[in-house]
Design a protein around this ligand. Structure first.
Ligand code: S3P
Length: 423
């Protein structure tokens, strides 16, 4: 994909449904009684992987133009073939929670990128609950799961990961007794909201969630809110150009996901939010962003956890700020679809920026001019889209290699961007 520099970002957009919520609604629909109807389901390939796994597991899934219907059953069918999770860590990790409680054995595999990602973080608690799980080289996919009767556990996750919390809560729903999962830092809470939306009860004490096994879920009708992690690319692009004015309607604003708005505000962008609504426990609204002089920011601690998917795009706007951007406490970025710290640093340096790479983050000085180059996305959707934003502010054309990876979370990205870029 060739990206030419832009003058500013103007217009109004409605983004496809949020990926994190789409995965969870689909999986819960798969185990619930009745037919769940979802509008504005994520159009990304990752959520399509979840749907195709559910089909392999015997659920009836109809999907057309962003509308998805799923007829679930509390007992899944043993899949005839290995479950194909594609590029999707969410599919493999969260589905494992439900598979741990099914009375059959199965395999899960993914693409080359997913095959490198650590699964020990879900294998450990699910083994404690009684499932047999093995990986290829210890804790890497493909996984083999022999599910069955599960016992409730109290578990503290060593890594702050919403996927791990979700896998334990999903297994807890199928276990005997009360399962508690505690996380070191609060992560996105879509699983908790979604479980309640499907009729389950769970209780929360600070960062401890408790669920009682054996609860029956009921199908829902829902419209998935627009994906704020996809929205972050547009918000950051708008923030770097004077005279930008961008409106994102129907955007997910769940406080555990919306920290990108805090950081952009802290940097100096002008952001307003209207039309707030609550849909199945998820806050939704319309966001307007206008340029302001961007100062600088340090992102660390709990904020790094909350912004884990937005850190690449926030990093690449660092050169366009006055004081730069520093990211700490984000070593999880190294085990995402790619090593996102290494790729952000490599590509920013190729564009002419100075930046410092650290084990758990990076620091990029402000007031640096970038020039167009060939970007190595490493086949990682968020790197491809982040550097498209960087390229809009650079001098000269850039080529984004592996731009087709945007289809993993946001196939419409380049087309929608063209609709709001002024040159
Ligand atoms: C996700 C959680 C995060 C995030 C991923 C989606 C989720 O991963 O990076 O894109 O939907 O729960 P971790 O749970 O591994 O931090």
């Amino acid at each position: 994909m060739i990206v030419r520099p832009a003058k500013n970002i103007l217009g109004s957009l409605r983004l496809p449904g949020d990926k994190s919520i789409s995965h969870r609604y689909a999986m819960l629909a798969g185990i619930a009684h009745g037919v769940t109807r979802l509008a504005k389901f994520s159009t990304g390939a990752d959520c399509a992987s979840t749907l195709s796994c559910l089909r392999q597991l015997g659920c009836t899934v109809r999907s057309e133009n962003g509308a998805v219907e799923i007829e679930g059953s509390p007992h899944w069918r043993q899949p005839a073939e290995s479950l194909d999770c594609g590029n999707s860590g969410s599919t493999m990790r969260m589905l494992s929670g439900f598979l741990a409680g099914q009375d059959f054995e199965c395999h899960l595999h993914g693409d080359t990128s997913l095959s490198r990602r650590p699964m020990g973080r879900v294998m450990a608690p699910l083994r404690l609950m009684g499932a047999e799980i093995t990986g290829a080289e210890g804790d890497r996919p493909p996984l083999h799961i022999r599910g069955g009767k599960l016992r409730a556990i109290e578990y503290t996750t060593p890594v702050a990961s919403a996927q791990v919390k979700s896998a334990v809560l999903f297994a807890g729903l199928l276990a005997d007794g009360e399962t508690t999962v505690e996380e070191p830092v609060k992560t996105r809470d879509h699983t908790e909201q979604a479980l309640r939306a499907f009729g389950a009860e769970l209780s929360r004490q600070r960062n401890r969630m408790t669920i009682c096994g054996g609860q029956k879920l009921q199908a829902i009708e829902a419209a998935v809110p627009g994906d704020i992690s996809s929205g972050a690319f547009f918000l950051c692009a708008a923030a770097i150009f004077p005279e930008s004015n961008l409106v994102l309607e129907d955007l997910l604003l769940n406080p555990t996901r919306a920290s990108v708005l805090d950081v952009l505000t802290m940097l100096g962008a002008r952001i307003s939010v209207i039309n707030l609504d609550n849909r199945h426990g998820e806050l939704v609204g319309t966001v307007k962003v206008e340029h302001g002089t961007l100062k600088g920011a340090t992102i660390q601690g709990a904020q790094s956890v909350a912004l884990i998917d937005e850190l690449p795009v926030l990093a690449v706007i660092g050169p366009y700020t006055r004081d730069g951007i520093e990211i700490r406490d984000a070593k999880e970025l190294r085990v995402k679809e790619s090593d996102r710290i290494a790729l952000v640093v490599k590509n920013l340096r190729a564009m002419g920026a100075e930046c410092e790479e650290r084990e758990d983050g990076l620091r990029i000085a402000g007031q640096q001019k970038l020039h167009g180059v060939e970007i190595d996305s490493g086949g990682d959707h968020r790197i491809a889209m982040a550097f498209t934003v960087a390229a809009l502010g650079a001098e000269g054309e850039s080529t984004i290699n592996g731009a087709e990876s945007a289809r993993i979370s946001f196939p419409e990205f380049f087309e929608m961007l063209e609709g709001v870029v002024e040159r």
